[in-house]
Design a binder for this molecule. Structure first.
Ligand code: TRP
Length: 331
């Protein structure tokens, strides 16, 4: 029975690009696996974000968002990384078998060093960034994950996990499963309102749970060309069409293509887009608001998930400790 596992770094508030690119497809995918692990990578987030209020808020918002979007918490093991101490134990054990040179080659670390051109190469780089791939390996290997859905920027981390698992297995005997990444090529990437990559740093995003008014306002800001009503609009180059594509099924999309061809005005197209997105998000928004108003119910759901995950984590860490020779001293 295959095991699917993935982590979400708890940085910031989810936007609709995260919803289309990660949350929605992951929830769909989780239905095909009996054994699912989905967790908040809150320890990972600390290397970038050292504002305690933001760390707390982001964990709550991201947990509430996934629950509101329909993750089946009875079926999926949903937990915080920081609630499973065995992840950190394993992380140290893996540190001991990981060549430093492997970490030197990590893209994220190298990019940070490159930014320090002409100055001290270590400037502003914490050891957490350097060791990030090991913590991520521990997340994955502790639960013997077979498949790890990730964005293409994380592919190298999965390769490193396989490498680290292989080294441990060679040293101590077969212990860990080598995971395969699932990098979905056909997950739609949603552009930001201005057509650049949707990103907090460009401030061109739509918060997943914006209010209805805010959603309408932001959709109105999506950049279009200056063609007038009655003039044929090109779907291929249109950001607006990209949004339609992300939120509608094939048959409906055909109708929308026709409206573009027939020259419906941008204002009317935007109204229509708002209706479609709002219809999908409004029940989720309601659930999200309920959860945000009752953080203790989110806490309760996570604790349930953590109880289940810890049972498995304990079995695995015991095996690993014994393999390396850390065990009771009675022969
Ligand atoms: N590094 C991943 C990201 O930034 C998040 C993550 C942490 C993760 N641990 C993981 C993803 C384990 C998959 C498996 O997206």
């Amino acid at each position: 029975m295959s095991i699917l596992l993935t982590g979400i770094t708890t940085s910031g508030t989810p936007h609709i690009g995260n919803y289309i690119g990660a949350i929605k497809p992951s929830i769909e995918q989780s239905k095909n696996f009996k054994n699912n692990f989905l967790f908040l990578a809150d320890y990972h987030s600390l290397i970038k974000n050292q504002d305690p209020e933001l760390t707390y808020k982001s964990s709550l918002e991201i947990a509430a968002a996934w629950i509101a979007c329909g993750i089946d918490t009875k079926k999926v093991n949903f937990y915080r990384q920081s609630s499973i101490p065995q992840i950190l134990e394993l992380s140290w054990i893996l540190n001991a078998v990981t060549p430093k040179g492997l970490l030197n080659r990590a893209h994220a670390y190298k990019a940070a060093v490159d930014l320090n051109e002409n100055t001290d190469p270590d400037k502003g780089i914490n050891a957490g960034l350097f060791n990030y791939p090991i913590l991520m390996s521990a997340d994955i290997l502790l639960f013997d994950a077979d498949f790890v859905p990730v964005g293409s920027d994380q592919k190298q981390h999965i390769e490193m996990t396989r490498d680290i698992a292989g080294r441990f297995n060679n040293t101590y005997g077969n212990t860990f499963t080598l995971p395969e990444p699932i990098i979905s090529e056909n997950t739609p990437l949603l552009s930001g309102l201005d057509g650049r990559k949707m990103s907090k740093s460009y401030n061109n995003f739509i918060k997943l749970f914006s209010s209805e008014n805010e959603l309408r306002k932001l959709i109105n800001q999506i950049v279009t060309d200056s063609l007038l009503p009655g003039e044929e609009k090109d779907t291929k180059s249109s950001i607006l069409f990209e949004y339609f594509k992300a939120f509608t099924k094939d048959s409906k999309l055909k109708d929308i293509k026709r409206l573009f061809k027939e020259g419906m005005g941008w204002g009317d197209l935007k109204k229509m887009l708002f209706e479609i997105i709002n219809q999908e998000l409004s029940p989720l928004r309601q659930k999200y608001d309920e959860l945000m108003n009752s953080p203790e119910s989110v806490e309760e759901i996570l604790i349930e998930g953590e109880k289940k995950a810890i049972i498995q984590a304990e079995i695995k860490i015991k095996e690993v400790r014994e393999k390396v020779g850390i065990k009771p001293l009675h022969g």
